[in-house]
Design a protein around this ligand. Structure first.
Ligand code: NAP
Length: 301
């Protein structure tokens, strides 16, 4: 049994096009309608053939949907939902894939007060953007976190859970505030650190840019992958998850000061103890299948 028969995807970039491809692969009988604000993206999606229909307006896209998934930057969610509110069928479920959950839930419920809204976040992605960057197996073996509000009908949550499971994801239900705190540590702070390190290296005067690029295999290049992520998406993530990110940043700054002192006062034991602890975390991530064990991320040498 299909959890949904008519899916609408709004925003046909990396995540939206991956959802379309995964649905095509796993639930080929589901009818997929897509819409993107960008005409070039709409045309490219038609050429890729990953949707049954691509509409020029967002209202036309949702008109007969039983599931609408918003795959636009988190700062655009409220405005997009307001645009299609009048055309949304009353029994449709509205969901999203945004990287922050509390601000999106607030934005959606403000403009769709009577709709069934079940926010979601597939914890899967790459540093690439656009419809060509998507792929059908993106969600396989990754977590998808649902953050249903207290009044969400259980049957609707269950249908969405089945939907994501059919795409290969493991589904977890979480409170939106807790989600934002967890993701601030596991995703948002690492991105902020990567943006900082790459920016700092770029600003250094005593080291030329060509040297930074030439010797990047020393560790720098691993940060550059994260720092190459979509600027609009990440601008919105930091502005939308401000409180949790600022709290984690405060803790990070304090821990960085501790490390600074340990280096200054030759406290090798302290450094070694921390580095041993962090190595174990890497081991656990590999053991739980969240990354590959290949050395140097499996790069060919
Ligand atoms: P993306 O590749 O840049 O795709 C987003 C698409 O949405 C773009 O084609 C964009 O068009 C379009 N768009 C923007 N505003 C719109 C609007 N008002 N109406 C219709 N379409 C609009 O970004 P993405 O990586 O797929 O991210 C989409 C969402 O997924 C974000 O909320 C992000 O937080 C979440 N997410 C991302 C990742 C990841 O690793 N990338 C992982 C999990 C969740 P323009 O380019 O013309 O603006």
């Amino acid at each position: 049994m299909l959890p949904f028969a008519r899916l609408t995807i709004i925003g046909l970039g990396l995540i939206g096009s991956s959802v379309a491809r995964a649905v095509r692969a796993q639930m080929p009988l589901v009818r997929i309608t897509g819409h993107d604000a960008d005409r070039a993206v709409r045309e490219r999606t038609v050429a890729l053939g990953i949707c049954d229909d691509v509409t020029d307006t967002v209202g036309a896209a949702v008109m007969d949907a039983d599931l609408v998934i918003l795959c636009v930057p988190v700062g655009a969610m409220g405005a997009v939902a307001a645009e299609f509110a009048a055309d949304l069928p009353c029994d449709a479920i509205v969901s999203d894939v945004g990287s922050c959950k509390q601000s999106v839930a607030e934005a959606l419920s403000a403009v769709l007060p009577d709709a069934i809204i079940i926010p979601a976040h597939p914890v899967a992605g790459t540093e690439k953007s656009g419809p060509d960057a998507g792929f059908a197996t993106l969600f396989k073996g990754r977590w998808c976190i649902l953050t249903p509000p207290d009044n969400a009908p259980e049957a609707a949550v269950e249908r969405l859970r089945i939907f994501w499971q059919r795409l290969g994801a493991d589904v977890e239900i979480m409170d939106a505030r807790h989600h934002d705190m967890v993701l601030a540590v596991t995703s948002h702070l690492p991105h902020l650190i990567a943006y900082t390190i790459v920016g700092t290296a770029d600003d250094l005067e005593g080291v030329t840019q060509s040297e930074v690029i030439k010797y990047s295999a020393g560790g720098f290049r691993d940060f550059t992958r994260i720092a190459a992520s979509d600027p609009v998406m990440w601008r919105d993530v930091f502005l939308s998850n401000k409180d949790a990110v600022l709290e984690m940043l405060q803790r990070f700054s304090e821990d960085l000061s501790v490390l600074q002192r340990a280096i200054r006062y030759d406290k090798g034991d302290e450094l070694e103890a921390l580095f041993a602890r962090t190595r174990n975390i890497r081991r656990s991530i590999v053991e739980q299948g969240q990354d590959d064990d290949a050395p140097d991320f499996g790069r060919k040498h």
